[in-house]
Design a binder for this molecule. Structure first.
Ligand code: HPA
Length: 271
């Protein structure tokens, strides 16, 4: 049982010397400065963790940081595994299986995304209230381990209602104009064509990106509570034919960083 995850879980459990983190936090592209908000207890490079995949993308660093934010124990994942890097869905979602097996009950996910909602601007922070999964492979395809979660997980509230409320209250208190919307997940690594941005808007999404959805599915499969924040780093639509670059994404994410930090702290502090 759980044999695939046992070595990584046992290794990490031995590092969590001050107790089980209350939150796992995933840092998206350009959002690595959130690391500076952690009072670190232990920094664990992915290379040291048995069976853990390794990162390849620029702007990501492969470390887990065990420490405290707002006096609460957290495990921060700096550098995620994207499907477009060539990992399969089991590798993409491996850390989230391990987080659950370590006893972590709450997850905060962050990412950078392209906005298709015409009311959005570059640098906006969007609370993800729901998602549309258009990845070509499903992380739960295959034999189901009932010890981890059900065969047919329900997804009526994948993003925790109470977390959403706390984030909205935090935004109001802090004077942050927090957007709310639906995130559509695609495999990448190409950014979308104008016609694809148009399709994404018609499908009912507000933003599009290349991560998050598989992670949230696996977290929910195991009953973890999830909150997700997305920084709108560029805008797309059928009428917009402006090239997007990875640098631009990183820069815009950097600009929105202080707001993301205040929101994350607000959530952690009030749970
Ligand atoms: N698509 C478009 N723009 C983006 C993305 C994406 O996947 N990620 C960050 N900005």
């Amino acid at each position: 049982m759980f044999s695939d995850f046992k070595r990584a879980t046992d290794f990490l459990a031995s590092k969590l010397t001050q107790g089980t983190p209350e939150f796992a936090i995933v840092l998206g592209s350009g959002l690595s400065k959130l690391k500076d908000e952690v009072d670190p207890i232990e920094i664990i490079p992915y290379e040291e963790i048995p069976d853990f995949p390794q990162t390849t993308v620029q702007g990501h660093h492969g470390t887990l940081i065990y420490g405290k934010i707002e006096g609460k124990l957290v495990l921060l994942m700096s550098g995620r595994f994207h499907y477009y890097e060539g990992y399969n869905m089991q590798q993409v979602t491996f850390p989230f299986r391990v987080f659950h097996l370590l006893g972590i009950k709450n997850l905060i996910v962050s990412n950078a995304s392209g906005g298709v909602n015409p009311d959005f601007q570059v640098g906006d922070v969007m609370l993800i209230r729901d998602h549309i999964n258009l990845f070509p492979e499903h992380p739960l395809r295959g034999k189901n381990d009932e010890n981890l979660g059900p065969r047919f997980p329900e997804m009526s509230a994948a993003y925790d209602k109470e977390f959403i409320q706390i984030l909205q209250e935090t935004a109001e208190k802090e004077g942050i104009s927090l957007k709310s919307g639906v995130y559509l997940g695609l495999q990448g690594p190409t950014f979308e064509t104008p016609a694809e941005y148009g399709m994404i808007r018609i499908l009912g999404a507000d933003a599009v990106g290349m991560s998050t959805v598989p992670e949230v599915i696996v977290a929910r499969h195991q009953g973890m509570r999830v909150a997700a924040l997305s920084v709108i780093t560029d805008l797309g639509g059928p009428e917009i034919a402006i090239p997007v670059s990875h640098e631009e994404v990183l820069n815009a994410a950097n600009v929105a960083m202080p707001q993301v930090i205040r929101l994350v702290k607000g959530l952690i502090g009030s749970v």
